[in-house]
Design a protein around this ligand. Structure first.
Ligand SMILES: Nc1ncnc2c1ncn2[C@@H]1O[C@H](COP(=O)(O)OP(=O)(O)O)[C@@H](O)[C@H]1O
Ligand SMILES: CC(C)(COP(=O)(O)O)[C@@H](O)C(=O)NCCC(=O)O
Length: 308
């Protein structure tokens, strides 16, 4: 068990009070309805009780960060320049990183319409399947060696230092591979949310670490049995979507007897995603500024805030 003594621990009931003195970060009912309409999966209760105070906390960090960037530029006699504030979201495969990142983006955009907020995943920096096969690590997708870390670190450096557009590659769960010649862009945002299983990992043989780029980081935590269930549920959803889509990687499994397809999904969890969680992802938990622990139905039941 990891030592979590450098974290303050809060229950839902305690955490929900941290809206700030003038409650200006509290979520109104109208805002709640709007958020729900943008993303149906989101629990409105969590938005109010958990994400309202998180938004307030992020604002504290963001204000400090902008002040520091300005003072540092003054110190060097340089013109003040915007440097994106980067938030990292980490945790197991299928724990809900992209759902959380999506919600944070919506909430930050609504609270600060003057800020451009970007959101992306590090999945696009996985090596394409062709390269994974060449390296003999197709069964290690998601493990540290399956990412082109040099490319990812270069991308993050560019986001922090360039004032223009920076491109990044895209991964598709549907084709189970990098989409050839397809890119998205980050265009000098005020805030960039980067989610991925590897955002808190330390890169071997490098003097730059991913974590150097993150100004705030969140680890999404849950009991292994729950995460496994969410992974298997998501597999079912992917199969359902692939039923009539022959281009989907998951289409082949829709032709199998259900029992056989389910066994394969359980094997993928046992042999790939679970070992990855235990050996490489969970050990990074105590690098996060904030740990959100989810209970069975995705509801956040505990929040841990790092003391130092
Ligand atoms: N707050 C939530 N409420 C309900 N379902 C959720 C929630 N967060 C995630 N899920 C479901 O759990 C599964 C994994 O979530 P996802 O965001 O894809 O995880 P990750 O990005 O960590 O792989 C998906 O099927 C998603 O629909
Ligand atoms: C692409 C991933 C490494 C990233 O995971 P995510 O957290 O985005 O779901 C993962 O979905 C994956 O493909 N793992 C390999 C084994 C598998 O789940 O099929």
């Amino acid at each position: 068990m990891q030592d979590l003594s450098n974290y303050y621990q809060f229950s839902r009931a305690e955490w929900q009070n941290f809206h700030g003195e003038n409650h200006n970060q509290a979520i109104t009912d109208a805002e709640l309805r709007k958020i729900k309409s943008l993303d149906d999966e989101i629990s409105t209760d969590d938005v109010k009780v958990i994400y309202g105070p998180i938004r307030h906390l992020l604002h504290v960090y963001l204000k400090n960060y902008r002040k520091l960037v300005k003072l540092k530029n003054e110190f060097m006699g340089k013109k003040n320049q915007k440097v994106p504030f980067i938030i990292g979201v980490s945790g197991s495969v299928a724990v809900g990183k992209s759902t959380t990142a999506r919600l944070l983006k919506i909430m930050l955009e609504r609270a600060y319409p003057q800020y451009v907020v970007g959101q992306m995943t590090t999945d696009g920096f996985l090596y394409p399947s062709e390269v994974l096969k060449e390296k003999g690590i197709m069964d290690k997708k998601g493990f540290p060696e399956s990412y082109d870390m040099e490319k990812l670190l270069k991308f993050l450096t560019d986001v922090k230092t360039e004032s223009g557009v920076v491109r990044y590659p895209l991964y598709s769960h549907n084709i189970y591979d990098i989409i050839p010649d397809k890119y998205e862009e980050v265009d000098n945002p005020d805030i960039l949310i980067v989610e991925g299983i590897n955002v808190l990992q330390l890169q071997k043989d490098s003097n730059i670490y991913m974590s150097d780029f993150f100004d705030f980081s969140i680890y999404i935590d849950a009991e292994v049995e729950d995460i496994e269930k969410w992974f298997l549920d998501r597999f079912d959803k992917l199969l359902e979507m692939a039923k009539d889509d022959e281009n989907s990687y998951y289409h082949q499994f829709t032709q199998w007897p259900v029992e056989k397809a389910n066994k394969m999904a359980r094997d993928v969890w046992d042999e790939i995603n679970y070992p990855n969680l235990k050996d490489y992802i969970e050990p990074t938990r105590t690098r996060a500024n904030l740990i959100l622990h989810k209970s069975t139905e995705h509801q956040i039941d505990k929040v841990l805030l790092r003391k130092y």
